[in-house]
Design a protein around this ligand. Structure first.
Ligand code: SF4
Ligand code: SF4
Length: 468
């Protein structure tokens, strides 16, 4: 189908479908413009970060660990356990609001520049494909030719390289799930013990291979829920990759001896469509399929340079701005999302600042009598100590009375708290009856972790004395 045909009936089917709904295989051209260069630099940083991530340690913890099976999570070197679930929920909500706010203001720029799907597809697999099969025209020719030696060699090599890179991605992905040390142990350990992990790796590898070699733009157009939400998140003030129809129309090819004065700046070359990874024509307006990759901006700028017109016929701008030539304005929606995000960030920051590696609570045991008279003239009260170790290491703990004249009697005063252990222990606080002066006294108990003070608690101690 010609680009012109696509332009005229674009509302009837997706950019990568023909009139019958059959998928058209896309061969987007790689255009090496200014923005592509920035995307490439960003992708180097991104890929280095992704592949190095499992090996980077902060305070002995991995940068990121999402061990769902064992419910162990580490985010930026900070361990989280299921007890911190409320923090993860707030973090998730803040991220969602951030993405929504970012989308309302800047459109789907996340998809084109940061989303792993686009980064891997455009910056890794597409480049490898061009290296093996040649440019767009050569790829089309190769696909059209019968299975001869050249086609078998190139397609075979592409399969090996794509599957190999997918295997690398799958290994890294698994390292984020179970930790690099665990993965290494499984790879180097006995074959039968590592078999379930190997099976998982093959499944992941095959999924990644299919996504990047076959499914491709369908992920952004049909599968990704974020893409589906664009319709409710964008408004005419959102900054998106947009075609300036005021300046570009009426479009038309440059013809010799023809007066160009009546024409707009668009020369209808179709290059913006040729480079589009989702196969759309941005001149038809903002479409859900647009992932804001900015390839069409580079393409059009290169055309404008050639015909000596100012760049930016396709640029990042809002529809209102193009229509009315007004600047960016904060809409009520943007203000509301911003306020919500500040609140969520405040709550998250507050909870995070108050979070300790070990949590401890001391409570009087409910339903018990207030004090006990023990043999030898000793008065005792009983309490409950509850502790949670949120680190991946064991800790030594100690409980003492900071108020003179009172002793803590606990089965094991200097005990170990295992990694992720939730400990509950009953203990007694005693005072010699001869020292009792008040019926009710506030005392202070202190919990020490690995010799350092964690927290002091004030609680009440009752003793048998006549109240006048
Ligand atoms: S229209 Fe432009 S920005 Fe949108 S996906 Fe296509 S090339 Fe990328
Ligand atoms: S690349 Fe620019 S000039 Fe060419 S068709 Fe697209 S908008 Fe028009």
């Amino acid at each position: 189908m010609s680009d012109k045909g696509r332009t005229e009936n674009f509302r009837e089917h997706l950019g990568n479908q023909d009139n019958t709904g059959k998928r058209i295989w896309l061969y987007p051209k790689i255009i090496k413009g200014r923005l592509y260069k920035y995307r490439t630099y960003l992708s180097w940083f991104y890929l280095a970060f992704f592949f190095a991530g499992p090996f980077i340690k902060i305070n002995g913890y991995p940068l990121l660990l999402l061990n769902v099976m064992e419910r162990r999570f580490v985010i930026f070197g900070q361990p989280f356990w299921p007890q911190d679930f409320h923090l993860l929920v707030i973090l998730l909500l803040t991220s969602i609001v951030f993405i929504v706010l970012f989308t309302v203001v800047y459109g789907r720029v996340f998809c084109g520049w940061v989303c792993p799907q686009t980064v891997f597809l455009e910056m890794v697999f597409r480049k490898l494909e061009n290296l093996i099969e040649g440019n767009t025209n050569k790829q089309k020719k190769l696909d059209a030719m019968p299975w001869n030696r050249e086609k078998i060699t190139k397609k075979g090599l592409k399969f090996i390289v794509f599957y190999g890179v997918s295997f690398l991605i799958a290994n890294t992905f698994l390292a984020y799930l179970i930790g690099w040390e665990n993965l290494h142990a499984k790879i180097t350990g006995p074959f039968m013990e590592g078999l379930p992990s190997l099976a998982g790796l093959v499944v992941f590898t095959t999924v990644f291979y299919l996504v990047f070699s076959k499914v491709r733009e369908l992920v952004c157009i049909m599968i990704c829920p974020y893409g589906r939400l664009q319709g409710v998140m964008l408004d005419p003030n959102s900054m998106v990759v947009a075609y300036d129809d005021v300046r570009g129309e009426p479009r038309g090819k440059i013809r010799r001896n023809e007066d160009q004065a009546e024409k707009g700046d668009c020369v209808d070359c179709g290059l913006c469509v040729d480079v589009c990874p989702t196969g759309i024509d941005i001149r038809n307006g903002t479409q859900l399929e647009c992932v804001n990759c900015t390839a069409c901006m580079d393409a059009c700028d290169s055309v404008m340079d050639k015909i000596k017109k100012p760049r930016g016929l396709i640029r990042i701008d809002s529809l209102n701005n193009i229509k009315n030539k007004t600047g960016f304005r904060f809409s009520p929606r943007v203000i509301a999302y911003s306020v919500l995000m500040v609140i969520l960030l405040g709550v998250f920051g507050f909870l995070l600042a108050g979070r300790t590696d070990v949590e401890a609570h001391i409570l009087r045991i409910p339903g018990q009598q207030t004090y006990f008279e023990e043999p030898g003239g000793i008065i005792s009260n009983i309490y409950n100590l509850e502790m949670v170790n949120k680190t991946f290491d064991g800790k030594r703990f100690r409980l003492e009375s900071s108020t003179p004249g009172y002793d803590v009697i606990i089965a094991d005063t200097s005990s170990t708290l295992d990694a992720n252990e939730e400990l509950k222990r009953i203990f007694r606080v005693t005072q010699p009856e001869a020292d009792v002066k008040d019926y009710k006294r506030t005392i202070e108990l202190t919990v020490y972790i690995d010799g350092k003070k964690l927290k002091s608690f004030e609680t009440t101690f009752f003793a048998p004395i006549e109240i006048e």
